[in-house]
Design a protein around this ligand. Structure first.
Ligand code: NAD
Ligand code: UGA
Length: 459
């Protein structure tokens, strides 16, 4: 099928490259010229395992194109994905101006025939109908029409339906998640659109590109627009709440002398609860949980409902971002004049994304308390994206990081951190203290080496 993906960030580029890999013809459009240039040269502007390889393969087989020309993308495709950012406004509501610009642009370039317009971006409930209206406005403007957008479209033989197809991929495993989804959600009132979307995803549904091709087909949830939009927010709100829940339990564990890792295992084995997303730590971050939970609270508020549980999940998370500071103060007493080394900066491993990363809060607070902050991160240290950071010296290797530190804090659970030469690092430090902000390291091994190990909820 002929597909256009507008916005080539973590979601758009992965979606475009994966759909091309399954055999469709995909045009990726972005208004960032630098990005388009980079992608045309076969390189990915983001770090995502496995992405460059499938991008390069599909591009070399002429199934994947990159352009800044929206008109080219719209006129040469039947399915148009909107995958631009929807960051949070200061009010907590979702900033939909990028979606609006793209929807208007699509309207400006629509030609005779039928197209499916897909909201892949995470958008507030009701956005499906709103996008339809903006597209029609764009069309009416182009035609300088006195009549409504609907009538203009009819007169020109232009037909389209809007589909909500929320994305559930995780950064760091985005390609894997796209080929191995738990489910695909499609919301629309248009039967033809739903049929085309099912055809588009057929290879993925049949697990033709899955790690385990013998698994049963992927479940496809066919629903209405608003329910599909709500499914996305509800999923992220649930996952964020689950983490806040285990973080709250961890804080009680710290006080009563229980080990949250054992507790998480013990409750997670109950299949009604499940073991995933029960890793206590220094709080959730990233480009989506914080903004999506806030947007959900905001939407509830718009309808006169006080979303107390979600507000509590956010509050617990805010507090959790302080936990490493409290533990450092407990170990070192005064932080002024001390040097703290951060292992990891990104909001989670296997990504270069720093949006709402807990490390940023830590750096700010440590600076405020008069501590010097150094950091080592496998991706940030390599790519040089840390050059723009203030209040932190980004070191090029873990030993330069440990040198002269009063304590280390493991911020991101990068796999590489499991096997560092901690014995050597301990000798380079003023105090061999480590706060394991993700309960990720081998406590016994570190204590044997001489580290004072402090986890989260593992007193
Ligand atoms: P991103 O910021 O990484 O990428 C957005 C891209 O859109 C950028 O490349 C930008 O240049 C481009 N863009 C902006 N305006 C444009 C325009 N008018 N025309 C063409 N391109 C334009 O965003 P992201 O992280 O990929 O997120 C996109 C959406 O997907 C958001 O709504 C987000 O909530 C949702 N989502 C993200 C993830 C994730 O893991 N990042 C997962 C699921 C859903
Ligand atoms: C999350 C969801 O998992 C995806 O399904 C969704 O598509 C995406 O948001 C989105 O809407 O953008 P992502 O933000 O990439 O994906 O990463 P997660 O693996 O969910 O981690 C989010 C944060 O929670 C990270 O800071 C991570 O360290 C933290 N986390 C995760 C924990 O503290 N404990 C856990 O047990 C799991």
């Amino acid at each position: 099928m002929r597909v256009c993906v507008i916005g080539t960030g973590y979601v758009g580029l992965v979606t475009g490259a994966c759909l091309a890999h399954t055999g469709h013809h995909v045009i990726c459009v972005d208004n960032n010229e630098e990005k388009v240039k980079l992608m045309k040269s076969g390189r990915s502007p983001i770090y995502e395992p496995g992405l460059s390889e499938i991008m390069q393969k599909s591009a070399s087989e002429d199934r994947l194109e990159f352009t800044g020309d929206l008109k080219y993308g719209v006129t040469n495709s039947d399915i148009l994905f909107i995958a631009v950012g929807t960051p949070a406004l200061p009010s907590g509501d979702s900033d939909t101006r990028y979606v609006e610009a793209v929807a208007r642009g699509i309207g400006t370039h629509l030609n005779k025939g039928y197209k499916v317009i897909v909201n892949k971006s995470t958008v507030p409930i009701g956005s499906g109908d709103w996008v339809r209206m903006i597209v029609l406005d764009g069309l009416a403007e182009r035609e300088h029409s006195d009549t409504s957008g609907d009538e203009t479209a009819k007169r020109l033989g232009i037909e389209f339906d809007v589909v909500s197809n929320p994305e559930f991929l995780r950064e760091g495993s985005a390609v894997y998640d796209t080929f191995n989804p738990d489910r695909i959600v499609l919301g629309s009132n248009g039967k033809r659109a739903l049929q085309m979307m099912q055809e588009l995803y057929q290879p993925i549904v049949e697990r033709k590109f899955a790690e385990d091709a013998s698994m049963p087909p992927v479940s496809v949830v066919l629903t209405d627009l608003s329910s599909a939009e709500m499914i996305k927010y509800a999923a992220n709100a649930f996952l964020a709440t689950k983490i806040s829940f285990i973080n709250e339990i961890a804080n009680v564990c710290d006080r009563v002398g229980a080990d949250v890792v054992q507790v998480a295992k013990g409750i997670g084995l109950d299949t009604r609860i499940g073991t995933k997303f029960l890793q206590a730590g220094i709080g959730w971050g990233g480009s989506c949980f914080p903004k999506d939970v806030s947007a959900m609270i905001h939407t509830a508020d718009d309808y006169g409902y006080d979303a107390q549980l979600l507000k509590a999940a956010v509050d617990v998370n805010k507090r959790q971002r302080q936990i490493a500071i409290e533990k450092l103060q407990h170990e070192l007493k005064i932080l002024k004049g001390k040097t703290i080394g951060l292992l990891g900066l990104t909001f989670k491993p296997d990504t270069d994304d720093m949006r709402d990363a807990p490390a940023l809060n830590l750096i700010e607070q440590l600076n405020r308390l008069g501590a010097k902050v150094k950091a080592y991160d496998p991706i940030v240290s390599q790519t040089g994206i840390g050059q723009g950071f203030t209040g932190v010296v980004v070191e090029t290797d873990p030993h330069r990081l440990a040198d002269g530190c009063d304590a280390l804090v493991l911020v991101t659970d990068w796999q590489q951190f499991e096997t560092l030469d901690y014995e050597k690092m301990a000798k380079q430090m003023i105090n061999p203290v480590i706060i394991d902000g993700r309960n990720f390291l081998d406590r016994e091994k570190l204590e044997k080496i001489g580290f004072r190990y402090v986890g989260i909820g593992r007193s």
